[in-house]
Ligand binder design. Structure first.
Ligand SMILES: Cc1ncc(COP(=O)(O)O)c(C=O)c1O
Length: 457
């Protein structure tokens, strides 16, 4: 199996030219909006795939997205994760519609915060209290601050390959040239002082027990160890042993452990990865699905840490707030979503795992038998196609030199009417019924065949 040097600069073969022509010809209105947007927007924040222009969505229903020109796609974007029930699910729409009639932003809280907090607390034994904010990034920012306040220590540890949002303490990455077991960290993008990665953060190796030794070594300055129990860069569920070891070492060293469940919460199981792996962290962050598709972040955890929000029991108080935090419309969306998921969890989650596993198994078998150097990794309904033949132990094993081939792949997939966004992380939902999943698998196979016909794989 190999990927030839053509992949760095793919030459356009007949299939590649044809798909571009097809996509451009059928997206005339999108092109017009793209032209207008370019003149006024500094950055088109949400990306799909690199057409000569962007595709804009006009409406969404169940497993489908429809663009401005009326083209319908099977949606594997999942709204970047929140849409566990698909697009515009009826229970969420009903809850939000009823709230809109009563107004959607009061400043003063409505009854929704208490109800949504109860729902989150009920499904997570680690959670005594909950605090709402507006995004996963805000949640991780508040959580790091709370941990620093309650412990009086400064350093927060993250894992190589993780993503925790867009604030300065989250935009710290492992230097890919550093040793795999003792990674050093660097900031991502301009504008973040290097002191952040040098003095205030510690990078740990993922799925590598040297992480435990580094925690022992740094325990006196470590306020918090943060992990995505399933990393979206390499989604997988074989992390039980590593996570249990991490829980044990954090307990031994009296260092707080946080699960960032912004993606995995209410997606891997109703009770997230805490339920799947049966492990209790000290702090948890949620977002995405918890708001039913409206912007939300949630900091949740044990009483001792959550006391920093109220200053109770003489705990050092942190500053927290936000104009839209806990707004009634988001609370209504979240309640509509979680009440449905709670009620139907025995149907929803086995289905998501079964269909996610089916996609991965069928695509991997197709790649194996056709000698195609790609593999589908999945953790239930969350999946990532990785190019290159390597065994993936962590994101360190992902060969990023195939990026232009990947972009070509997703362009052809769009030509087969399946949409996966530019981050290449795909989600299915409960609305993706088996016949839709069949179409997804078929589109993947046809896309691989396109690339093979053009000599790209
Ligand atoms: C694990 C994790 N944490 C935090 C975030 C940040 O959430 P948001 O994009 O809502 O700020 C994300 C977003 O993808 C995430 O996957």
């Amino acid at each position: 199996m190999s990927i030839t040097s053509k992949q760095a600069e793919p030459e356009l073969g007949a299939k590649s030219l044809a798909v571009r022509t097809k996509l451009i010809d059928r997206t005339v209105k999108c092109e017009e909006v793209a032209r207008r947007g370019q003149a006024a927007l500094a950055q088109e924040v949400v990306q799909t795939v690199d057409l000569p222009h962007q595709i804009y969505i006009d409406s969404a229903e169940g497993p489908y997205l429809t663009d401005l020109d009326g083209n319908r796609y099977i949606d594997l974007t999942g709204g970047f994760g929140p849409n566990v029930l698909g697009n515009k699910p009826e229970p969420v729409e009903a809850a939000m519609t009823s709230q809109i009639k009563k107004g959607w932003h009061y400043g003063i809280p409505g009854a929704g915060q208490a109800r949504l907090a109860e729902l989150i607390k009920e499904c997570a034994p680690a959670v005594d209290e909950v605090m709402f904010c507006n995004s996963g990034s805000e949640a991780t920012m508040f959580a790091f601050r709370a941990a620093r306040a309650v412990t009086g220590k400064r350093v927060v540890a993250l894992f190589d390959g993780s993503y925790h949002g867009i604030h300065d303490y989250a935009l710290v990455k492992a230097d890919s040239k550093s040793d795999r077991s003792t990674p050093s960290s660097t900031t991502l993008g301009a504008g973040i002082p290097e002191e952040v990665s040098r003095d205030l953060m510690l990078m740990l190796p993922y799925r590598d027990t040297n992480a435990y030794e580094l925690i022992r070594k740094h325990k006196d300055e470590l306020a918090l160890v943060v992990i995505e129990p399933v990393q979206s860069s390499n989604p997988r569920l074989d992390n039980q042993q590593f996570l249990q070891g991490l829980r044990d070492v954090c307990t031994e060293c009296e260092v707080l452990l946080m699960f960032d469940e912004v993606i995995t919460g209410f997606r891997i199981e109703y009770g997230g990865c805490q339920q799947y792996f049966n492990i209790k962290p000290d702090l948890v962050t949620y977002g995405k699905a918890a708001g039913g598709g409206l912007p939300i972040g949630v900091v949740a955890g044990c009483q001792r840490v959550m006391n920093t929000f109220s200053g109770a029991d003489d705990t050092p108080g942190i500053f927290a707030g936000g104009t839209f935090s806990g707004n009634p419309l988001t609370m209504a969306g979240g309640i509509g979503m979680l009440e449905y998921l709670k009620e139907n969890q025995e149907e929803v989650y086995p289905y998501l795992h079964e269909q996610g596993d089916r996609i991965a198994a069928e695509i991997n078998e197709f790649c194996r038998s056709n000698n195609i150097p790609a593999q589908m990794m999945n953790a239930g309904s969350m999946m990532h196609l990785i190019f290159g033949g390597e065994t993936i132990e962590s994101s360190r094993d992902i060969d990023h030199s195939h990026y232009s081939l990947e972009k070509e792949f997703y362009l052809h997939l769009l030509g087969h009417n399946v949409i996966i966004p530019g981050i290449h992380l795909a989600f299915i939902s409960f609305a993706h019924k088996p016949d839709v999943i069949d179409q997804v698998i078929d589109a993947f196979k046809r896309t691989f065949e396109d690339l093979r016909d053009d000599g790209l794989i």
